[in-house]
Structure formats: structure tokens, C-alpha cells
Design a protein around this ligand. Structure first.
Ligand code: APR
Length: 182
């Protein structure tokens, strides 16, 4: 099932699909991680389970070499993808509504930095989950709005990226994204 395929000259094709991001064959998939980068539940847990122990090892190295105090909210970092079909996992830390992190700019930074990191590593296709729309308590509509503002509002800035897919795990979130990207 696919959502609206949006293209314009030199800008990435943008799609919203219902599915499991661990099945994506894009060059990179984005993980809605937490600052520890040591795994968790939700999509973080699913990605680590599918990728295997090499992903956790790569995350430990990122913590040791780049982010000893943890990955800040809104930041993003790429690692190998272990047994996953994709080449990179781009870990980002979404804002947690329950902790009072309700500023949309924090969430926009997750999408923007993840796309910038994808460009930096040379990924031509990227798949995103609905960052912060699960455990971190943001509404699907609010997340979809921010995602659309970054993906559509800045789309000429993503040279080199040919495809951006939002992979939604429930019909309700999928429909929220379809509305935001309509
Ligand atoms: N594929 C795609 N999307 C998924 C998958 C999957 N396999 N599993 C869950 N999701 C969806 C959820 O349904 C939700 O819509 O990802 C979205 C984000 O939810 P979470 O995974 O809970 O992420 P988030 O809300 O950003 O909370 C992050 O949860 O899992 C922990 O370690 C993680 O502490 C961090 C926190």
C-alpha cells in the first residue's frame, strides 16, 4: 500500500507507506532511538532485533568515540546496519512530550539532521518511522505536520537523495501522514 508519490525536478520522491521499517531496502533507515543509543522498545527494539548484535556494538563505539554523554535530542548519527537489508541505520533522538519536550523545532531537527547525515554518507534513499509518535507521546498528526514541513518545505536542499519514505506501523498513523502530505 503506498501513499502519494510526490516528485518535482531534482527533489526527492516522497512516499508514505504502511509497513515495518525493518523490511525496508532503502540505503538508510532512521531509528527513533533514545540518548543512550543502547536500544529500547518500539521501533528501536525492532531495528536492533533485526540488525543483530553488530548494531549495538556500533552504537557503543559511537558513544565511546563521539557522544560519551549520549546523543542529544534532535541530533542524528549513522552506523552500519548489521543484518538489515539497508546499508546504514541513522539513529536520532526525538523529543519526549511527557518530559515537556514539546517544541516542534526539536522534532524538525530530527528529520533535518537525519536527512543531512543521509546525504553525508551518500544514501540515495531513506526510510523514516514516525519519530516520537510512540513512547515519546507526540500525536501522529503533530509528527506528520513537522515531517511534511521539513521534507516538503526544504526539499530542494536534499540533493543526492532520490527517495524519502515514511514507513508507518499503524493505519491511524499512516492516515495522519497521508493527510499531512496531501
Ligand atoms: N516499523 C515502523 N514503525 C514502527 C515499528 C516498526 N517495526 N515499530 C514501532 N513503530 C512505530 C510506532 O508505532 C510509532 O508510531 O514507530 C513510531 C515511534 O514509536 P517508538 O518506537 O515508541 O519511538 P518514540 O516514540 O520516538 O520513543 C522512543 O522508545 O523504543 C524506545 O528506545 C526508544 O526510548 C526510546 C523511545
Amino acid at each position: 500500500m503506498t501513499g502519494p508519490g510526490l516528485t518535482s525536478h531534482n527533489a526527492p520522491r516522497i512516499e508514505c507507506v504502511l509497513g515495518d521499517i525493518t523490511h525496508e531496502v532503502t540505503d538508510a533507515i532512521v531509528n527513533a532511538a533514545n540518548s543512550t543509543l543502547l536500544g529500547g522498545g518500539g521501533v528501536d527494539g525492532a531495528i536492533h532485533r533485526a540488525a543483530g548484535p553488530a548494531l549495538l556494538a556500533a552504537c557503543r563505539e559511537v558513544r565511546r568515540l563521539q557522544y560519551p554523554d549520549g546523543l542529544p535530542v534532535g541530533q542524528a548519527v549513522a552506523t552500519t546496519a548489521g543484518r538489515l537489508a539497508c546499508r546504514w541505520v541513522i539513529h536520532t533522538v526525538g523529543p519526549n512530550w511527557r518530559w515537556g519536550q514539546t517544541d516542534p523545532a526539536l522534532l524538525a531537527s530530527c528529520f533535518r539532521r537525519s536527512l543531512q547525515v543521509a546525504q553525508e554518507v551518500g544514501a540515495a534513499s531513506v526510510a523514516f518511522p514516525a519519530i516520537s509518535a510512540g513512547v515519546y507521546g507526540w500525536s501522529a498528526a503533530a509528527v506528520a505536520k513537522v515531517a511534511a514541513e521539513v521534507a516538503l518545505g526544504e526539499r530542494t536542499g536534499w540533493a543526492g537523495i532520490k527517495s524519502v519514505r515514511f514507513v508507518l506501523f499503524s493505519q491511524q498513523v499512516f492516515e495522519a501522514f497521508q493527510r499531512a502530505f496531501a
